[in-house]
Write a protein that binds this ligand. Structure first.
Ligand code: NAD
Ligand code: GLY
Length: 373
């Protein structure tokens, strides 16, 4: 199991703070706080005449004008494109709309892309930036809790394939991440819960103290208390930045960030993208992965139940859809962590540490049976 000598949790000293992600020449800052959609937040980024804001039909009407005003001092022309909203549109046709717009506008290789939205927009914009003219700069402006604590950080970019989630993509780091907590004010509650699933993830895999903090502050987080959200986003980003700094391209350690995702991706693909929110599927997947960790003897049952209880307290679903064990297993075999058809699960043990292990087929089937309906 990976034992992580994490940096100690730091307390934000004001209503704005930053986390640095150390990747040599690809290093960058994550800015976290309220009121960040202003020109100062974007100072010092690559200069270009043109910029393209990529957003969707939900987020665009809420925040494009504000971002456009913040970018005006930095670019002569700020274009925008609104893609359809939904996980089911994280696909080739939507990606191609970005390329078409860039080509129609004769965007050159200095053009900066700004991803304004949740993880779907962030992942697609990052992939578009990685591909267009073999690479143009991009900046993440995540507007969901999930994207602020996870998807905007670390450079994983992708689109889905009907046969597998996030299967077509690239590692491509942004120039900066701007997490404006004000944008969370308009986030629907079920999307906040989906983000909390990815926040909870960091406790079991890397920081048992953070798990205790989450247990003590869950009511505040559910009520969107600003100080609690600030700490949750900052600690999540610190842990993710540390892990990615050790293993940018997931040759080992980074896989622990996929706790619950093997089961979760099977739920998402098996139900059809967009039926279950990604965070909902991950929450339920963590219930299964915690149980599996206990059955493998890596944590005791009480610890597994403790993790599950926190997930349940948020209101996230803790029972997966009954796709049938065969279908779950078939879908999990195309998971990126699988090797030669053998499924490898991220498991916890002891609490605050994680690693990857295969599990006996009968045990996996028992876990699926215990947590689906
Ligand atoms: P999402 O991007 O679909 O956003 C959720 C919903 O909230 C959408 O309807 C969106 O339009 C809306 N929305 C976004 N911001 C809003 C705001 N401020 N106010 C009101 N509505 C708002 O979903 P998500 O949960 O942000 O991201 C999920 C995606 O992230 C999945 O595709 C997943 O695979 C990906 N992901 C990637 C990584 C990574 O490392 N790259 C990590 C985790 C998840
Ligand atoms: N969300 C998993 C990762 O970034 O590696």
């Amino acid at each position: 199991m990976a034992s992580i000598p994490l940096p100690p949790a730091s307390r934000p000293i004001s209503d704005q703070t930053r986390v640095h992600i150390d990747l040599g020449e690809r290093s960058y800052d994550i800015l976290i706080g309220g009121g960040l959609l202003v020109a100062d937040s974007f100072a010092g980024l690559p200069k270009s005449s043109k910029a393209l804001i990529v957003t969707n039909t939900t987020v665009g009407p809420l925040y494009t004008a504000k971002l456009r005003a913040a970018l005006a001092p930095h670019h002569k022309t700020v274009l925008d494109i609104e893609l359809p909203d939904g996980e089911q549109y994280k696909d080739w046709p939507a990606l191609n709309q970005i390329f078409t717009r860039l080509l129609e506008e004769a965007a050159d290789r200095k053009t900066v892309l700004y991803a304004l939205g949740g993880g779907v927009i962030g992942d697609m914009t990052g992939f578009a930036a990685a591909c267009y003219m073999r690479g143009v700069p991009f900046v993440q402006v995540p507007t969901t809790l999930l994207s602020q604590v996870d998807s905007s950080v670390g450079g994983k970019t992708a689109i889905n394939h009907p046969a597998g989630k996030n299967m077509i993509g690239a590692f491509y780091q942004p120039q900066r991440v701007i997490c404006d907590l004000d944008t969370l004010d308009t986030l629907p509650q079920n999307e906040l819960l989906a983000g909390l699933a990815e926040v909870i993830k960091y406790g079991p895999i890397a920081d048992a103290d953070f798990l205790s903090w989450l247990e003590a502050h869950m009511d505040k987080l559910l009520a969107r208390d600003r100080a609690a959200l600030m700490h949750a986003v900052k600690r999540s980003c610190e842990i993710k930045a540390w892990v990615v700094g050790q293993d940018e391209k997931e040759s080992g350690l980074r896989a622990i960030l996929n706790f619950g995702h093997t089961f979760g991706h099977a739920i998402e693909a098996g139900m059809g993208y967009g039926q279950w929110l990604h965070g909902e599927a991950v929450g339920c997947g963590m219930v299964m992965a915690s149980d599996l960790s206990a059955r493998l003897g890596l944590i005791d049952e009480a610890t597994s139940l403790r993790i599950c209880a926190l997930i349940e307290r948020t209101g996230l679903p803790v029972k997966g859809p009954d796709l049938g064990a065969d279908r779950y297993i078939e879908l999990m075999q195309v998971d990126k962590k699988a090797e030669g058809g053998e499924i490898r699960f991220v498991v916890v043990g002891p609490l605050g540490q994680a690693g990857m292990k295969p599990a006996p087929d009968a045990m996996v089937r028992d876990v699926i049976a215990a947590h689906t309906r």
